[in-house]
Design a protein around this ligand. Structure first.
Ligand code: ACO
Length: 343
């Protein structure tokens, strides 16, 4: 029997990627780049691109339904919907409200959370606090992004990196006291906001004909600087979280890092002395899907049998803000309690 003393856990996962696939070869027809450059510098081979009318909330709903199925729950068991996104359907209202309506969750809490590529880990911290507090029994936490809508398709330094998609989890109390979320840490440094940002469209530089002409509604990035901060930031937050809970990197069964660049992940692995086979990566097929990246990878890892009950899993994120975050959890399986002693 599940009780209020059990840790909060992930009860189910789901993900969705749009049908259209854009390969590196396709991109080389659009900008001055090559499959060789993109593959060796990033590890990305292809990404999914949403259809014209397909929105972040459409993708979120597809992932959410699968997460509900995997948790063995129906939508009416959900008390809150949180959508982590930097590409909302509209500036107002929250994309979560569109998701809530599409899932038929009238009256339930719904809000967006913006922490760019760290959004899902921030969301995990907030959503698990809601469940822990007892105000919400089950929370649907979704990362959904249509980055293709804010990418400058004439800028080869950014357009090759990103893709669209969604990943979702259902959070609730775990099956016993030994499985579930052990800890979450997040942080930010707003002094480095300009390393990765969309300058126009907010109240500082409202949309105008001029902002469109100046291409201020597109994502701008200092890739080299972001790379360095990403490695340092994720290494530090991983060490701090492991230390805080009395673990070392060697205890980890699986690491699910933000899927931005294989070179970032490999460098992180060497610094933390975690062998490459302990990382789950799928950026080769999706590129960087920002807040969707970790839940999308988690869902694929679960469905591929890479996550077993009792596994110690570290999720690591880094993104615009700059922001970062890490989460440590003992996997409980989908509504299937398996005691650690049986592993
Ligand atoms: N194709 C061919 N050449 C390119 C391309 C391209 N697509 N893009 C850049 N180049 C060129 C540059 O113009 C430069 O040429 P130059 O030497 O003649 O000036 C050369 O390649 C090297 O450019 P760098 O920027 O130094 O390349 P680098 O090895 O740093 O790789 C990259 C660039 C892939 C962007 C890397 O810096 C990176 O991954 N950074 C981190 C990005 C990231 O993770 N961002 C997401 C954070 S998450 C979020 O919140 C959205």
């Amino acid at each position: 029997m599940t009780t209020a003393s059990h840790p909060v856990t992930i009860l189910g996962t789901g993900s969705y990627a749009p049908e259209r696939v854009m390969t590196n070869e396709d991109l080389s027809q659009m900008v001055d780049t090559s499959d060789e450059w993109i593959t060796t510098r990033t590890g990305i081979r292809e990404r999914h691109i949403a259809a014209d009318g397909e929105t972040a909330s459409d993708m979120a709903v597809r992932a959410a339904r699968l997460a509900l199925d995997s948790a063995g729950l129906t939508a009416d068991a959900i008390d809150a919907v949180i959508v982590c996104t930097m590409t909302p359907d509209q500036p107002c209202p929250a994309t979560a409200c569109f998701v809530q309506e599409k899932l038929g969750l009238e009256g339930k809490t719904a809000f967006d959370l913006t922490a760019a590529c760290s959004g899902f880990i921030y969301g995990l911290q907030v959503a698990s606090a809601l469940v822990h507090a007892g105000t919400h029994r089950h929370v649907l936490l979704i990362g959904a992004e249509k980055l293709s809508a804010i990418i400058d398709w004439t800028d080869r330094s950014t357009c090759v990196l990103f893709g669209d998609g969604a990943g979702a989890v259902v959070l609730g109390r775990g099956p016993d006291h030994r499985h579930g979320i052990i800890g979450v840490r997040t942080g930010a440094n707003g002094a480095q906001a300009e390393l990765l940002h969309v300058p126009g469209g907010g109240c500082r530089i409202p949309a105008s004909e001029q902002t469109v002409r100046d291409r201020l509604h597109f994502l701008k990035m200092n890739g080299r600087e972001v790379f360095k901060h990403a490695v340092r930031g994720m290494e530090q937050v991983a060490r701090d979280l492991l230390d805080e809970h009395g673990y070392v990197a060697g205890d980890l069964d699986l690491v699910i890092p933000h899927q931005a660049n294989l070179r970032i992940i490999d460098t992180l692995g060497s610094r933390l002395e975690i062998p490459p086979e302990r990382f789950f990566n799928n950026l080769e097929r999706y590129g960087n899907t920002s807040a969707a990246s970790i839940p999308l990878a988690l869902d694929e890892a679960v469905r591929a049998g890479r996550v077993r009950p009792g596994d110690l899993i570290l999720m690591l994120a880094f993104g615009a803000g700059l922001t970062w975050g890490a989460s440590l959890l003992r996997w409980s399986g989908n509504n299937q309690p398996v005691p650690l002693s049986e592993n």
